[in-house]
Design a protein around this ligand. Structure first.
Ligand SMILES: Cc1cc2nc3c(=O)[nH]c(=O)nc-3n(C[C@H](O)[C@H](O)[C@H](O)COP(=O)(O)O)c2cc1C
Length: 160
């Protein structure tokens, strides 16, 4: 099974989780790069709420050549981050199967994951949310492994 992990990370949490998942899946990895460091927290909050499509750098991997694309985001304002919204808008017609993960401070992860699913109009084959504090303590590793195993097990199952 060929898999791609695409993620945005502003401060490194989602990157850490993305790399662990990509390792377990033996997947290619695509950072979704956007200059969000130059913007204030308040502006990012508003832009996420208003579903702004943030500008992102050109990505390099073609999602249509993967059996599954796993997309990761930090939770912003109880929804997906704006760079991930842009990535999904550009690529959603190219996904065969999708799975989603997010990192967050304390609330809104379920809503964020649902928003990604409904934005793509496709049911995810797996979802994972990890608290910032669990990333720091290392507690995420087992959950990331289980998430990757679940995706792999779907091969030969109902993956298209
Ligand atoms: C603009 C902005 C909005 C955020 N909104 C939420 C939120 O609604 N709920 C939450 O639990 N954490 C929220 N956070 C915290 C991030 O989701 C959390 O720190 C995440 O792990 C950051 O990932 P990163 O290091 O990959 O950028 C927000 C952070 C930012 C920058």
């Amino acid at each position: 099974m060929k898999s791609l992990v695409a993620y945005h990370s502003r401060t490194g949490n989602t990157k850490k989780l993305a790399e662990a998942i990509a390792d377990f899946l033996n997947a290619d990895i695509e950072p979704i790069v956007s200059d969000t460091m130059g913007k204030s927290w308040g502006r990012l909050v508003l832009e996420a709420l208003f579903k702004v499509h943030e500008e992102i750098d050109q990505t390099t991997k073609d999602p249509s050549s993967y059996d599954v694309v796993v997309v990761g985001t930090p939770v912003w304002s109880h929804t997906m981050s704006t760079p991930v919204r842009t990535y999904l808008a550009k690529n959603k017609s190219k996904f065969k199967n999708i799975a989603f993960f997010c990192t967050y401070g304390g609330s809104g992860s379920e809503r964020a994951l649902k928003s990604m699913e409904s934005f793509c109009g496709k049911t995810a084959v797996g979802t994972l949310d990890i608290l910032e504090k669990d990333l720091k303590s290392g507690e995420y590793v087992e959950k990331a492994k289980r998430f990757a195993t679940k995706i792999q097990e779907l091969q030969g199952g109902y993956l298209q």
